[in-house]
Design a protein. Structure first.
Length: 744
């Protein structure tokens, strides 16, 4: 590798390139280590500061790299030009050394014969400089001689490349064209081939050094900036961030230490102090809100929002705590009262009137009873009272009657309207009627329910018999649900006759419940009077009634197909079922499903089931009539039907209640009622059917009065499907048949 004198001089002023790179790298690592130690705390405390440091470092480094790239190109070019100039100067000196004596003019005269460069001078030139070869041309561009590795191109056709007339020959080899006397002082053209590999290595070393210096400078600048940013901004921001994090994690108790002097920006210091005050104020505000919310939740959970009285939950807790501090439990009475027909007040006068009445009742109980009494609202229109009982004081029943009397004796005047409120009252004793507060309250409720069942406006003490009745009722309800699921129901049919012709015209489908048991009989029948009220109160009467309708229609269709006779089946629809919005759709669907002719189905509705809403009743009856089914009013005469409404009902038949027929022969009033119903039916063009016909005398009475149809034990009891079919086959068609069969 060859170096010119200038290059050698530069290398002596600096360490060797390998040692220089190692020194720079070591210095950079030390600076990185130092700056890393200074900034490690910031980087650990916040990813944000690390991002800032990275951004500053990269920005500075990119600028330095751009500057280095520009300076590298200039440096590389300067090295090349310096090498060429050195080679040119060396050539000129060697030409002078080997030239013949004389002036340049003489040299020009002999240019065609010889070149003033001896072989020894050329060899020395090639050995001591970066020149690899030399070519000489005369002024007419004819090659004269060449030394070393150089081509002999035709200068007349070779294009010039730049001012310096250099061209890249590849692999770090360049050719420099020295043109004529103006460049060399001699009447010749020279081409020098130069080896610039050493120049490339030096340029590369320069690039590495520049890159390391750029990285070192960027690191140094970043460190300085980050120290300043950390002092003035980042450290205070980290304090603020920590405060906010604690406030978010524990808003009620953020555990923020008192902050003294804050180094850094005055604006940030003010912001931190303001944030600290805001966080503490917010924590106090949250605590205050939570306290108020807990009070409100407690109020909602334990007190009635309308009357302000304790609710049922609070009442039970008070009962529990009443005897906690006493070794010997003190007796007390729990009285529960329910306002009679309070729903009617809400429906007729509006809920706002009902609310005023409830508040007035609560205030009256609170003011009238002694301070030792505990008054609570236990339900919608139900109140509960606990009164301690002392020896020689009031008895439990006296307390209950006093509570009832204070409600009934006072008038409630609301918006110039006067109301008199009656109530049903039940009471139970502690500890006689229960050792737990919940049990005493439950037993008082049982006594209250018994008071309502006995006709309302009553006072009833708890009795174990009441509890047994309630348990029996719930057990029967569970059994009833099971009976519906397991299809324990069946239908019996009681025939109906035309009293004038003796012909069977239909039958009434009556529900029977055969309840399986473990007895040797396998089970027993449950009376409809026992389970129908429970089915109605629980809502089970709706699916049961739908089952009865479907079974009756299917059986009527079967009778029609097997006997060829049109026998109408009557089905009683309860009030609960009648008020269902889909009753008409249900009947229509069952008729379509079974294929029964509508006129062979009769729907029986009792008076009490439709008198609450006459317009709705008229609408439903008309829709059923449009289906083509027969309509009858069952137990007619026991309700309070208005003749004005009766004329609007699209009914086909009136059924006289059995109680009037059974007593018609011995009670003139019942006989008169039966006659009136028959006459009313005739006047309105309706068929009249008498139930409860048990004797020949009953039958004769009805014949004499002009009744149309009859039904009763004189003819047949309700029969299962197979026995009813047998009855149809055996009946002769004459009512005298039953006189003969009874004699037999």
């Amino acid at each position: 590798m060859k170096h010119n004198r200038n290059q050698t001089t530069t290398a002596q002023d600096q360490p060797a390139s390998g040692d220089k790179n190692a020194w720079i790298l070591t210095s950079l690592m030390r600076l990185f280590s130092t700056s890393g130690e200074k900034n490690s705390t910031i980087r650990r405390r916040s990813g944000f500061s690390a991002k800032i440091a990275g951004f500053v470092f990269l920005t500075t480094l990119i600028v330095q790299v751009a500057i280095t790239a520009i300076s590298y190109h200039d440096y590389k070019q300067d090295l090349f030009f310096q090498s060429v100039d050195t080679a040119r100067a060396s050539l000129a000196s060697f030409l002078n050394m080997s030239a013949q004596s004389g002036t340049p003019e003489n040299a020009m005269a002999s240019a065609q014969r010889t070149v003033p460069l001896s072989a020894e001078a050329a060899t020395l030139l090639l050995q001591s400089t970066a020149v690899m070869g030399v070519s000489a041309y005369d002024l007419e561009f004819r090659p004269l001689k060449r030394w070393g590795a150089v081509s002999a191109p035709d200068l007349r056709v070779m294009p010039f490349q730049g001012v310096r007339n250099a061209r890249d020959m590849g692999f770090h080899v360049y050719e420099e064209i020295l043109i004529g006397p103006d460049r060399t002082g001699w009447p010749y053209y020279f081409i020098l081939r130069l080896d610039t590999q050493s120049l490339a290595q030096e340029a590369q070393n320069y690039l590495v050094q520049s890159a390391l210096i750029a990285a070192l400078f960027s690191t140094f600048l970043t460190t300085i900036l980050m120290i300043g940013l950390g002092y003035w901004y980042l450290n205070p921001i980290m304090v603020l961030t920590g405060m906010i994090r604690k406030a978010s994690e524990h808003p009620e108790d953020p555990d923020i230490a008192e902050i003294g002097d804050i180094k850094g920006s005055r604006e940030i210091a003010k912001t931190i102090r303001a944030a600290q005050k805001l966080i503490r104020d917010n924590a106090a505000h949250i605590k205050d809100i939570r306290s108020h919310a807990e009070d409100k939740i407690h109020q909602l959970a334990y007190y009635d929002s309308l009357t302000g009285l304790p609710n049922r939950t609070q009442f039970i807790e008070k009962l529990r705590s009443f005897n906690q501090d006493n070794a010997t439990p003190k007796p007390f009475v729990v009285v529960t009262l329910d306002l009679d027909h309070f729903r009617d007040v809400n429906d007729s006068m509006g809920h706002h009137i009902g609310d005023v009445i409830l508040k007035s009742v609560g205030e009256r109980l609170k003011k009238t009873l002694p301070p030792s009494a505990l008054v609570a609202r236990a339900g919608e229109d139900e109140f509960a009272v606990m009164m301690p009982l002392t020896s020689g004081g009031n008895k439990a029943e006296d307390v209950a009657r006093k509570v009832a009397q204070m409600i009934k004796s006072e008038r409630f005047i609301i918006m110039e309207e006067e109301f008199r409120i009656h109530c049903s009252v039940g009471f139970a004793l502690f500890p006689e009627d229960g050792e737990e507060p919940e049990q005493v309250l439950k037993n008082a409720d049982i006594a209250l329910n018994r008071a309502k069942e006995d006709g309302r406006d009553m006072v009833r003490a708890y009795s174990r018999d009441f509890d047994l009745a309630v348990q029996s009722r719930f057990q029967l309800l569970r059994d009833l649900r099971l009976a519906l699921e397991e299809q324990q129901f069946e239908l019996h049919y009681q025939p109906q006759f035309n009293i004038q012709t003796g012909q069977i015209i239909g039958a009434e489908g009556l529900l029977r419940w055969w309840k399986p048991t473990g007895s040797k009989e396998g089970g027993h029948y449950i009376s409809p009077g026992e389970f129908i009220p429970i089915a109605e109160s629980s809502g089970l009467i709706v699916p049961i009634g739908e089952w009865v309708l479907r079974q009756s229609c299917a059986y009527a269709k079967k009778l029609n197909e097997e006997t060829g006779r049109d026998i109408r089946i009557a089905v009683n629809v309860s009030g609960v079922q009648f008020r269902q919005k889909d009753l008409v759709d249900t009947v229509a669907a069952i008729l379509d499903e079974t294929g029964l002719k509508p006129e062979l189905l009769e729907i029986e509705v009792t008076e009490s089931s439709f008198m609450d809403d006459i317009q709705y009743t008229i609408s439903v009856l008309k829709s059923l009539n449009d289906l083509g089914v027969e309509l009858a009013i069952d137990d007619f005469g026991t309700g309070y039907s208005s003749l004005a409404y009766l004329r609007q009902f699209p009914i086909d038949r009136l059924k006289i209640d059995r109680s009037f027929i059974m007593n018609a022969l011995s009670d003139s009033d019942d006989a008169s009622i039966a006659r009136t119903i028959i006459a009313l039916g005739r006047a309105l063009g309706l068929q009249v059917l008498a139930e409860g016909v048990e004797t020949r005398e009953h039958e004769q009475f009805l014949i004499n009065e002009g009744c149309d149809e009859v039904q009763g034990f004189r003819y047949a009891k309700p029969l299962p499907e197979d026995k009813f079919r047998h009855f149809i086959d055996m009946y002769s068609g004459d009512l005298a048949y039953f006189d003969e069969s009874s004699n037999a």
